[in-house]
Write a protein that binds this ligand. Structure first.
Ligand SMILES: Cc1ncc(C[n+]2csc(CCOP(=O)(O)OP(=O)(O)O)c2C)c(N)n1
Ligand SMILES: [Mg+2]
Length: 371
């Protein structure tokens, strides 16, 4: 017999309402660029605020150029980033150089601002191995393609930092779709149990390719999933760079102080397609939804905020755009100038001590490549 809800042992609705109450969206700047949460304002100098804007504008241009380079056949795999600049750039902006980033395939901008040279990001897109060779001191690994796997790796990297007594954090990114994967739960649970200094970000852009977030989970928010792992969770307006920055900065401080990991759900939107491989967003998103999110644009909002403060203008923004275009042109040239990769290159960088059967294959390929 079905349970009689009148005699239920607890009031489910009350439980859900209490949860919803605790996971309200954290915001500092509204859509017009006005401060609506003065007490939460992060301490950032005018120079730092301008630098954050510069990086977001630069990244938007990089996205536009990457899309057109892909269409010209000059780039390979590319996952568009426009719309997600606040979630991506402001979260990286709250890190220190010694922090370690475990990115997903859409998170190449964070790697670039963490120190990955642009030409190597282009080589990654082309499937060239040099795009995966991080320079010494650039603390990131290649973008993860397996949805959610980076959450487990992040827990491990963070635990390693803790064991070494390092004052740094590991940060990882996945999407709303990624939050349905087993790896997501295992990662946050493990990090919570061991109080590992990790920051787990979910960029909830409302779609996993064409699957809407409503079909991912019965939970009202992704942030509340932190509760089951015994860690703090917060939902932030992911189109508000100041809210994202403040949330990550706060999470970093707690992690460094030995208080363990945080789960941050950033509500955001990707304006473009899932990747350049051929999905058509008009088949799974309405124009109304696109328009609603365009009004939340992080660049427009932050520009308004900075202009009202009198520290930003069109001329400055145009200079950033010109610089970005110039540097992208140079970087793509540098990527073009890179020697074509050979099978023997791939093999020789894989092992310190190459197994015998591969040594044999190496000889075969050396022979082939010499012709
Ligand atoms: C384990 C695994 N399953 C399926 C895929 C195929 N796949 C690639 S992207 C993607 C959607 C992910 O969506 P989301 O996590 O919301 O991230 P977004 O692309 O929106 O940033 C899927 C299912 C994959 N790469 N790995
Ligand atoms: Mg998504």
């Amino acid at each position: 017999m079905a349970a009689n809800t009148k005699n239920a042992t607890f009031d489910q609705q009350k439980q859900f309402d209490a949860i919803a109450d605790q996971f309200q969206t954290f915001q500092i700047l509204n859509e017009e660029g006005d401060v609506v949460n003065e007490s939460a304002m992060p301490e950032l100098s005018d120079e730092q605020l301008k630098e954050l804007m510069t990086r977001m504008v630069y990244t938007r241009i990089l996205d536009q150029r990457s899309i057109s380079l892909n269409r010209q056949g000059r780039l390979g795999f590319y996952a568009p980033t426009a719309g997600q600049e606040a979630s991506q750039i402001a979260s990286q902006f709250a890190l220190e150089k010694e922090d370690f980033i475990l990115p997903g395939y859409r998170d190449v901008p964070q790697m670039i601002w963490h120190g990955l040279p642009l030409y190597q990001a282009f080589l990654f897109s082309r499937g060239h191995f040099h795009g995966n060779q991080m320079p010494e001191g650039v603390n990131t690994i290649s973008p993860q393609i397996i949805i959610g796997a980076q959450y487990i790796q992040c827990a491990g990297v963070a635990l390693g930092m803790k064991k070494r007594g390092a004052k740094s954090v590991a940060i990882t990114y996945t999407g709303d779709g990624g939050a349905s994967q087993g790896d997501f739960y295992e990662g946050i649970n493990f990090a919570g149990a061991f109080k590992a200094p990790a920051i787990f970000i979910v960029q909830n852009n409302r779609f996993a390719i064409s699957t809407p977030v409503e079909k991912q989970s019965a939970a009202k928010t992704i942030a509340q999933k932190a509760v089951a792992a015994g860690i703090p969770g917060i939902q932030v307006d992911g189109m508000d760079p100041l809210a994202v920055y403040a949330a990550v900065k706060d999470a970093r401080e707690r992690a460094i102080n030995g208080e363990g990991p945080t789960l941050i759900e950033a509500l955001t939107y990707r304006y473009g397609p899932h990747t350049m491989a051929g999905d058509d967003p008009t088949r799974y998103r309405t124009e109304e939804l696109d328009n609603e999110w365009e009004k939340k644009d992080p660049l427009v909002r932050f520009r308004n905020f900075l202009e009202k403060k009198g520290i930003w203008n069109e001329e400055e923004e145009n200079q950033v755009i010109e610089r970005a275009k110039e540097e992208i042109k140079e970087a793509i040239k540098k990527a073009d100038d890179q020697p074509k990769q050979k099978v023997t290159d791939l093999m020789s960088i894989m092992y310190e001590d190459m197994p015998n059967h591969l040594k044999e294959q190496m000889e075969i390929y050396k022979e082939k490549e010499s012709k």
